[in-house]
Structures are given as C-alpha cells and as structure tokens.
Design a protein around this ligand. Structure first.
Ligand SMILES: [Zn+2]
Length: 465
C-alpha cells in the first residue's frame, strides 16, 4: 500500500541536526524518501512522536559481508605470533567454498544486524567474483547480484564496490591459488560495472570501484581501471585498502622507495571521491597530504583492534582537516556505537587522556563523533545520507528513551550513554531508511527467519569436506 502523506512525518522532542541538538523537531520527507523539511521549535499537533532522541543513521563505509560467517572463529592461538596473515588463512578457506546462496543468506542477516545496530547504509567492498574453481559464473555478476538482493531484502542502502584484484604482492607477483575467486582483468571489471549499473540504479544503490590495495593492483591496472570508471561515472566512489599493516608499508618501501599512502597520492588522482580504508600507518607528511586531498579515512576500529593492526593518529588527521567515517569491515563487531567507542578508547589509551573526540563545536564526545562519522560516511558512500537536513535521505535512528541506560537523561547524555554505557545491548527503538521503518522495538521484521538461514549457511561452511 502506498504511504500516505500523514505517515511521512515524525515529531522528535530532541533531534541531532548537522549543527547539533535541536528541540521539538518535525521531520518530513517526500515519496522518494528524501527529507523535504526539518523544522525545529514546532508543536507536535498530533504527529507521530519518536520514542526518544532521533539521530542521523550511520553509513557503514566498509564491509566484506561473507566474513560475518567466521567472526569469532579465529580467537585462539595458532602460530607462535598470530597476526593478520593467520586470520587471512581462515578467510581464504571460507572464500574458497562459499556459494551464491550462502553469500545472500549471510549478507541478508548481516544487513539486518547492521540496521538493528544503527547503520542505515553500507559500502560493500566485494571481492568474491567467480565460482569455487575460479571460473566466471554463467552470469558474471552472480555474486554481486546476490549482495544487491540481500540489501533489498533487509532494506538497507547500498554502495556496491566490486573489487579489482590482480596480483598477490607488490611488483606484479602472480596471484595465489587462494585468490582464484577474486582475480579479474581490468577489461572484465569494466564489463562487470556496465552489467551492474542498471541493477544498482533500479534499487537506488550506488556503484563504485574498489582497487583492492597496492599489493593487489599494479600501477597500470589502477590507471586503466580508473579511466574506465570515469567513462562510466566520473563521480563514482573509489575505495582502497591502504597502509593497514606495517608489513605492507615495508613491502611498498622495498618496491617503490615510498610508503603506500605517499605512493598513491603521487600516482593517482586522489580526491573527495576516494575512501582510504584503514590508512593506519602514515607518517606526518602523509597525514597532512592525505587529509588535504579531501579523501575520507575509512576507520574500522573493532576490526583493526581484532587484527592487531595498530592505532590511527586521529588527532593528526583532524588537525589537518581530515574527513573520516567508520566501517565494520570483518564484522567481529556489528554496532555503529561501538565503533565510535573503540575509536575514542584507542585514542585515550594511546594518549593517556580523556574525551579526545570532543571538538570545538560539541563538547560531548559521542555527539561530535556521530556527526563527523555520518558526514564522512556519506561522502564515502557517494549517496545523500549525510544527516537530518533537507535533501538528504530520511535515514535515522530513534534511541529508546525507556532503556535503563538512558531513562531520565538529557538527549546528549542519552547518546553518550548509548555509546559508552549501554553494555553492548541495543538502546535503539526504531530505524528508518529512506523514510521506511526497518526496525521497530529494536527488531527487524525478518530477524528470526534471516538468523536461522544464516546459521544453516554457516553450519554448511564449517562442515568438513
Ligand atoms: Zn577490508
């Protein structure tokens, strides 16, 4: 049934607008799901009332959906010194056997978890392309289309970033057997983008490109793929993994004499279309020049902690005017508030200070971090999901003012408690995407059914061959 005008309004006693907290706000949106008016200081006049403070929905700027199926399964000691590279071994084992149906089941459940945890859109960095033998499917877009269906099933906004992956190391090293499902020529990638464009447009998804990393894409592949992407859509988002590991920095130095971020800035037209995922290991010049490029730093705090990557220098980045957002990446944790908490706690531990994330405009850390991460996330997504303002999509999250951690507090304190003191339980009541209610009473309508389909897929994947 089409929505009537009366359902396209919500009254919020407190709402977090791009400029800060406002009282008695009427949110109105049009039939395309875009906010048409955001009016503070009005009477509710019988309009439906939000059950608590309304926040902008958080864009999740970095996801590898299938990795949700083995989150929690690499938390034991294997090699003498476990690192990212031992985690990658298990990831390759899962990647080798997963089917399109399993990808859809895992992603559908993951996207429902995201919605229930405050994310309203996701950038999917999608590198599984081929069948288990490394051959293209009859429809080369099979696995990409499975992800588009999963986003549609869950009702989450999507930026689909097919991944270009060509080599196993700097200097054009041949790909390994474990990478056979990822590998594409540049031409085959550009054909895939052409094939996916109408499918993305049909459901309001944005299509971009993800050169996997400088390890996996040689200079000529990067140059030609970017030129091809420009011919399709010159403003399409470009995401790349960069400087996540010190091992990668050392290998890049050995190959080129430059650190990865410095090399990229010198050899690619990095600008506001770009998302530099991780960018953990930069020197002072790289912090300054990468921030000045306008690119977004894609911080994946819980994954970076889980993999032992290192700590991003948040103060150096912000001092240089750098933009940033958060992603759940490997999905060891799927919770927008916890990414913000982990960002703040990493900085506190490194600096032996408190309230590092506060800024000149907002003294409450959770408020300052939420507003910045929404803006940076929207930029990285290449979609109008930048907060509670006219022209942006009606993506928002309603906190549950009756939650024990929140009851009786002011709106800024409710958000602080949601981020820092809700004990990993959700303090959310409702979540809207493009004006449509996706979560009510902290539950998505497909929660139970999608959970059991996910568990069945994981059980199959864990079964011995
Ligand atoms: Zn990643």
């Amino acid at each position: 049934m089409p929505e009537t005008t009366s359902t396209r309004r919500l009254f919020a006693a407190d709402a977090l607008l791009p400029t800060g907290w406002a009282r008695d706000v009427l949110l109105e949106w049009d039939d395309t799901g875009k906010l048409s008016a955001v009016t503070p200081g009005v009477e509710p006049n019988g309009t439906r009332r939000a059950a608590g403070p309304v926040l902008p929905g958080m864009p999740n700027l970095h996801s590898h959906a299938f990795q949700r199926a083995f989150a929690g399964l690499t938390e034991f000691r294997g090699e003498a010194q476990d690192s990212f590279w031992s985690w990658r071994t298990l990831m390759y084992r899962f990647a080798a056997k997963i089917s399109p149906e399993q990808v859809e089941a895992i992603a559908t459940w993951l996207y429902i978890e995201m919605l229930e945890a405050g994310y309203t859109s996701v950038c999917e960095f999608h590198y599984l392309h081929h069948d288990a033998d490394g051959r293209p499917y009859a429809d080369d877009a099979e696995l990409s289309l499975a992800l588009l269906r999963a986003a549609r099933n869950a009702g989450i906004g999507l930026t689909l970033l097919p991944v270009l992956y060509q080599t196993s190391g700097f200097g054009g090293l041949a790909p390994s057997e474990g990478q056979r499902r990822f590998i594409r020529s540049t031409d085959s990638m550009l054909r895939l983008l052409d094939r996916l464009r109408p499918a993305c447009e049909a459901q309001g998804a944005r299509l971009g490109l993800a050169p996997h990393s400088l390890r996996a894409v040689p200079p000529e592949g990067l140059r030609d793929a970017l030129a091809g992407l420009d011919a399709i859509d010159p403003s399409a988002p470009v995401h790349i993994h960069i400087a996540e590991q010190t091992g990668e920095v050392d290998a890049c130095l050995a190959w080129s004499g430059q650190r990865p971020v410095a090399w990229l800035l010198d050899h690619a037209p990095v600008n506001a279309r770009w998302c530099l995922v991780h960018a953990t290991h930069m020197d002072a010049d790289e912090y300054r020049s990468a921030a000045a490029s306008g690119a977004v730093a894609g911080l994946c705090l819980t994954t970076e902690a889980n993999l032992g990557d290192g700590i991003f220098d948040f103060n150096a980045w912000r001092a240089a005017g750098g933009r940033w957002g958060v992603g759940s990446d490997s999905h060891a944790c799927v919770n927008a508030a916890e990414e913000l908490m982990m960002l703040e706690y990493g900085q506190r531990l490194a600096m032996r200070q408190r309230n590092v994330g506060a800024d000149a405009a907002h003294r409450e850390v959770a408020t300052a971090l939420t507003l910045s991460a929404v803006q940076g996330g929207a930029q990285a997504a290449g979609r109008a999901v930048g907060g509670l303002a006219v022209g942006q999509q009606a993506d928002f999250v309603v906190l549950d003012a009756a939650h024990v951690a929140l009851q009786g507090l002011s709106a800024p304190d409710m958000l602080s408690s949601h981020v820092f003191a809700s004990h990993r339980t959700s303090a959310l009541d409702a979540v809207y995407v493009a004006g449509q209610v996706r979560v009510t009473g902290a539950r998505h309508a497909l929660h139970r059914e999608a959970a059991s389909t996910f568990v069945a897929a994981r059980t199959q994947l864990l079964a011995k061959d």
